[in-house]
Design a protein around this ligand. Structure first.
Ligand code: 13P
Length: 265
């Protein structure tokens, strides 16, 4: 099945109004005509997950570009007395198309459980937003040989109770924790093996949804390594941290995902 490649930048807690202006303009100016055309034709998707205070700025700058903008988290609650939380409905108000949920930095720092991630994901689906569900194992699990079990359990817990249509609307980002911000990417073969495992797990719930779900790789993705990752049959794009803060580097990663610049999946 032909899935539309997707490359998302995760700015994390970086940026300022002024710096974002330069980064967004730089990104728009650095996209190749080929990538720009592929994005406008719907053959390629790319976008940025920005800190919530900058959603309006991202929406303003990106509205006519074809690039997507989204948030890095979303509340599991609908509305009310939840100080500091941001609802899916609010994200929709800023015309976000997606939000990340379950990033390992939130699972670790904010002690988010897979059950909570599943409820956040439900809020996004209820509001027509595309959830990008992050999963990935710590180094200890990889070293013990239990990485696949660990990730499968995260996928299972987050997708519990979803129907076929909801499942097909998900994006999953496999981000091994030991590869995030370390400069040590998973090898393309290790990443492919995990992506295939994730797709197999999804197929237990629905064969057709499993074929539709895009599975992104994240963890020290750079322009130099992106093409090899994207050439793998189950790697449908990337979730890019540090390298998405450099307009040229990020544009080059997007270029690598351009359908014409890689063998067809
Ligand atoms: P790096 O690309 O900086 O390793 O970050 C990956 C990540 O966590 C994206 O969500």
């Amino acid at each position: 099945m032909q899935r539309v490649p997707l490359v998302l930048g995760n700015w994390k807690m970086n940026g300022s109004v002024q710096a974002n202006e330069a980064l967004l303009q730089g990104l728009l100016g650095s996209l190749s005509p080929q990538a720009d055309a592929a994005i406008k034709q719907g053959d390629l998707q790319a976008g940025v997950a920005v800190p919530a205070p900058y959603l309006f700025q991202a929406a303003t700058r990106l509205r006519s570009s074809g690039l997507l903008w989204g948030a890095q988290d979303c509340s599991n609650e609908i509305a009310g007395a939840f100080t500091g939380e941001i609802s899916a409905d609010m994200l929709k108000d800023f015309d976000c198309q997606f939000a990340l949920v379950g990033h390992s930095e939130r699972r670790e720092r904010a002690a988010e459980s897979s059950d909570l991630v599943g409820r956040k994901l439900g809020q996004l689906l209820n509001n027509g937003l595309m959830p990008v569900v992050c999963v990935g194992e710590p180094l200890s699990e990889r070293e013990q040989g239990s990485a696949e079990d660990f990730v499968v359990e995260q996928v299972r817990a987050a997708t519990k109770g979803l129907d076929e249509q909801q499942l097909a609307a998900l994006v999953i980002a496999y981000e091994p924790i030991w590869a995030i911000g370390t400069g040590r990417s998973a090898s393309s073969s290790d990443a492919q093996a995990m992506h295939a495992t994730i797709r197999h797990e999804l197929s237990q719930q629905s064969q057709s949804a499993a074929q539709a779900v895009r599975i992104l790789y994240g963890g020290s993705v750079k322009a130099a390594t992106a093409a090899e990752l994207f050439a793998q049959p189950d790697i449908d794009g990337a979730l890019v941290g540090g390298a998405s803060l450099d307009a040229t580097e990020f544009a080059n990663i997007i270029q690598s995902a351009c359908p014409a610049s890689q063998s067809l999946h």
